[in-house]
Design a binder for this molecule. Structure first.
Ligand code: ATP
Ligand code: MG
Length: 259
């Protein structure tokens, strides 16, 4: 099961969510590959990996100079990582005229589908070539949104892109749901935003919100998934719900295959 974590808006907790989910999947004993598709490399550093000179990264994978497994490194907490540094930024320009450029990642991930039960792709904050590649490769998509006034406005563009990708590149893409993040407890604004999301997103699941907590920033700095850094139920529970949804979708897909 390949899951992309995407939203063109920056700072909505895409990377934090990827680490939280990868941590929980690895903790339950599943083999999990986290793919850093953001030239900022926050997932890479967030998992405690520093890319050294000459090290193979997502860039070499994208430009077909390396296979995924050549570049994958093991991190603490049993999460495998396809690491990234700023060199990945060149890809958008380099592949611009290449035929089949939207399927590069999909083809590369095909080679490791038997090796990992779960692959999570942390996308950059844009709907450019990299994110399109993630959506073309993914079985499912999680959209984190920050609980703030303009959350819904940004979402419209995301939903539009998903629709286009489904029509043109990947008809099987399933939206797991929208994950509200950084929710301030019991404020009227947060309640309002959640209500609006639930009313307006027809047929799309809105997960229980991830509370706002400084523990997430601290866990990023410590290079630890949130369940390791802070075992607080209220911080981890929304992510467990996302995993439950991934498992349900997986079952449904298996049944479909059998039919
Ligand atoms: P970018 O678009 O730049 O890739 P992103 O969507 O990946 O950003 P993160 O880097 O995961 O977002 O998070 C942005 C900031 O918000 C980080 O400093 C992170 O520690 C913090 N953060 C994430 N989740 C929460 C939360 N639930 N409560 C408070 N802070 C959070
Ligand atoms: Mg990020």
């Amino acid at each position: 099961m390949i899951t992309a974590i995407a939203n063109q808006k920056g700072g909505v907790a895409k990377t934090t969510s990827t680490i939280a989910l990868a941590g929980l999947l690895a903790h339950q004993g599943s083999s999990c590959l986290a793919v850093d598709l953001d030239p900022q490399g926050n997932l890479t550093t967030g998992l405690g990996v520093e890319v050294s000179e000459g090290q193979l990264t997502t860039y070499e994978v994208f430009t077909e100079q390396a296979l995924v497994l050549d570049a994958v490194v093991e991190t603490r907490y049993d999460i495998s990582l396809l690491p990234t540094d700023i060199s990945l930024a060149k890809v958008e320009k380099e592949l611009i005229n290449q035929e089949g450029r939207f399927y590069t990642l999909r083809q590369q991930l095909e080679t490791v589908k038997d090796k990992f039960e779960y692959i999570l792709i942390d996308c950059p904050p844009s709907m450019g070539l990299l994110t399109i590649n993630a959506l073309a490769a993914a079985d499912s998509l999680l959209v984190p949104v920050q609980c703030q006034f303009f959350a819904l406005k940004g979402l419209e563009a995301v939903l539009q892109t998903i629709q286009t990708v489904k029509e043109k590149l990947n008809p099987d893409l399933k939206v797991l749901g929208v994950l509200p993040t950084m929710a301030e407890k019991n404020t009227v604004i947060t309640q309002d935003i959640l209500k609006t999301l639930r009313n307006q997103l027809d047929g799309i699941k809105v997960f229980d919100p991830v509370p706002k907590s400084v523990k997430f920033a601290e866990s990023n700095l410590a290079g630890e998934p949130i369940h390791v850094y802070a075992g607080e139920w209220r911080l981890v529970q929304p992510y467990r719900e996302v995993i439950r949804e991934i498992l349900l979708l997986e079952e449904a897909m298996e049944e479909e295959e059998e039919d």
